[in-house]
Write a protein of this length. Structure first.
Ligand code: CLF
Ligand code: SF4
Length: 297
């Protein structure tokens, strides 16, 4: 239901399965894996698999060109009428692949103007693309923010690549948090709805995420999605190899409850793949491989 939401915001969230808990029973989203490169390194990531910002690691997505991606979107929209949102969420970072990301959105909005556009990013490049995002009519942006304290950031991010240079340690984390928060403020000023994803990493940032939640609330974020670290040593993530565990369901709930009240908390995230198709928690991507999409034309 609309609840306390202003009508303009309600219009944007009522059929977005991630931004509205009600909507996720009725509306589907799809991702297209057009963004392979990344401009940072997270200790929980393995580049062979999808970006762990939004995606369950462990399965390699089929990489698509913008033209292939747009064809796939149209094929899915024709087959699944409840498909309301197209997201670009990897397998790397959407804004580390700006030509591919924005070309895909452009082709889709020309062919299917009713589909909502959604973008997920680590935020490092975000301030440079806020005006492009606005012009592309992207209404929903997710920023993965795991810390606002560079000392904690240095334990999560071994390096970033920024302005043609590699930065490491606390210096890297300071640049990253500054850029994330600046990007969030700029989007909020332009009326673009922002969701913050945070990966809860026990003994690294778990006690700190309440402070992150406050920092993003005060800069206009609409929704906070705290996701559990998926610790998967078999996938070779730096954390996984070091025996870093993920939180229990109970630990996650306690943290989400502690953040509730200041900001809307998302509790129905399914940590989708970079090429997910269907209702949240449902994966129909196997029905829409390039070969199958070609046969549908
Ligand atoms: Fe995709 Fe993300 Fe847009 Fe949703 S997923 S880009 S906001 S359309 Fe949703 Fe999936 Fe959770 Fe992401 S359930 S991983 S929050
Ligand atoms: Fe991996 Fe995503 Fe982090 Fe890039 S932003 S290193 S793709 S988890």
């Amino acid at each position: 239901s609309q609840g306390n939401l202003p009508i303009g915001i309600w219009e944007k969230v009522k059929n977005h399965p991630c931004y509205s808990e009600d909507a996720h029973h009725h509306y589907a989203r799809m991702h297209v894996a057009v963004a392979p490169a990344c401009n940072i390194q997270c200790n929980y990531c393995n580049r062979k698999y999808d970006c762990a910002n939004e995606s369950r690691p462990g399965v390699v997505s089929e990489k698509l060109t913008p033209e292939q991606a747009a064809r796939k979107v149209i094929a899915v929209a024709t087959t699944i009428p409840q498909m309301t949102v197209l997201g670009i969420a990897g397998p790397g970072d959407a804004l580390a692949n700006p030509a591919k990301t924005f070309k895909t959105f452009e082709l889709v909005s020309q062919a299917a103007p009713d589909i909502k556009l959604c973008l997920s990013t680590n935020g490092l490049a975000l301030p440079d693309y806020v005006d492009t995002i606005k012009r592309a009519k992207i209404d929903h942006v997710t920023i993965t923010i795991n810390m606002v304290d560079p000392e904690i950031g240095a334990k999560i991010y071994p390096w970033i690549f920024f302005n043609h240079k590699r930065y490491t340690g606390i210096e890297a984390a300071r640049i990253l948090t500054d850029r994330q928060l600046q990007g969030l403020e700029m989007l909020s000023e332009r009326g673009i709805l922002c969701k913050i994803n945070s990966v809860m990493i026990p003994n690294i940032n778990d006690d700190h995420l309440v402070e992150v939640s406050k920092a993003v609330t005060s800069r206009g974020a609409f929704l906070h999605n705290i996701m559990p670290l998926i610790s998967a040593p078999e996938h070779g993530t730096a954390f996984g190899l070091n025996g870093q565990r993920g939180p229990t369901a109970q630990e996650l709930k306690v943290l989400q409850d502690a953040c509730e009240g200041q900001i809307n908390i998302m509790r129905h995230c399914r940590q989708c793949r970079a090429d997910a198709v269907g209702l949240l928690g449902e994966d129909r991507s196997a029905e829409f491989t390039s070969d199958q999409v070609m046969k549908m034309d």
